[in-house]
Ligand binder design. Structure first.
Ligand SMILES: Nc1ncnc2c1ncn2[C@@H]1O[C@H](COP(=O)(O)OP(=O)(O)OP(=O)(O)O)[C@@H](O)[C@H]1O
Ligand SMILES: [Mg+2]
Length: 281
């Protein structure tokens, strides 16, 4: 099963990464747009009818804290800029966009940002449900380790039946690295992204703590697979650590975990969490 998901997903995620800040004019067909307002970054992805990314914008930004938009005008400005840039490059006009919210927060916050940026909201969906929909997960747990938070969602029969969010994410990884090496936070952030294998021993304990958090949330839920998402899972060592910590479970790591959640938001269609999808072209 996992093999088929990989075959469907990997080219799309790799395409998203390759398109970053660039884009191509699509041959034909309707495009859909998704906006992910995250703690570390705001990501806008445009996809074609086959859920293939055709344009991607990412801005590292401090407009969301603890899953809540706290710099409203900053967020609106970034979304406007990203949409304009995509429109220019793709030669289209977007009237609508999908957006998302972390479970347990008010979806209206994201809706307000998208509307203030001049778009209608097509769908607003909680983040793990969007991922569950894209991956067509019938049963399992989505673990989204972003910049500020680790989100855990348990999926049964294609629906999220439990979700939790903890304030530990990539920012804490960078803080640990900065403290451990005695270097400024910005340098730690850069080092982490560019030389992940080298810094892994210094930050491994942070991920062990995240694994404890995940274990705590999964108590009482029978799941067979952990589906990892979020930029922090890009560090080499994360999949192996979760596989070690959860020896009874399969651990699924997408090729570009930074783009899985935003791609899922862009591609979301109502009912897709329960639709039967074959991961073939
Ligand atoms: N190649 C990489 N290696 C390690 N960490 C990375 C890499 N690329 C991005 N990150 C980290 O991923 C985090 C951002 O991931 P993501 O975009 O999923 O978070 P977010 O959606 O903004 O945050 P949240 O979901 O917590 O609101 C940052 O902490 C960043 O440092
Ligand atoms: Mg996120």
């Amino acid at each position: 099963m996992t093999k088929d998901i990989h075959a469907w997903l990997t080219p799309r995620l790799d395409r998203a990464a390759a398109l970053l800040g660039g884009g191509e004019r699509p041959v034909a067909g309707d495009l859909r747009l998704g906006i992910d307002l995250g703690t570390s970054d705001v990501v806008a992805i445009a996809v074609d009818a086959g859920d293939r990314p055709v344009g991607v914008e990412l801005e590292w930004a401090d407009v969301v804290r603890d899953g809540i938009v706290w710099d409203y005008f900053g967020a609106v400005g970034i979304v406007r800029k990203q949409v304009e840039s995509l429109q220019q490059r793709l030669g289209v006009r977007f009237e609508r966009a999908n957006t998302s919210f972390p479970p347990g927060t008010d979806p209206r916050i994201s809706v307000n940002v998208i509307e203030a940026a001049g778009l209608e909201v097509a769908e607003v969906i909680d983040e793990p449900s969007a991922v569950a929909g894209l991956l067509d997960i019938e049963s399992g747990a989505v673990v989204d380790i972003g910049g500020g938070t680790t989100g855990i969602a348990v999926v049964k029969d294609g629906r999220v039946v439990y979700s939790g969010d903890e304030p530990t994410g990539g920012h804490h990884v960078s803080l640990t690295l900065a403290g451990g090496r005695g270097i400024p936070l910005e340098e730690a952030e850069r080092l982490k992204r560019e030389r992940g294998a080298e810094i892994w021993p210094t930050v491994q304990a942070v991920f062990e703590k995240m694994a404890d958090i995940v274990r705590h949330h999964l108590r009482g839920h029978a799941v067979g697979t952990l589906y990892l998402s979020g930029g922090s899972c890009a560090l080499p060592g994360v999949r192996e650590l979760f596989a070690r910590e959860f020896p009874a479970l399969d651990v699924f790591l997408p090729s570009q975990p930074l783009f899985l959640t935003p791609l899922s938001i862009a591609a979301y269609r109502p009912g897709s969490a329960t639709a039967t999808k074959t991961y073939r072209e």
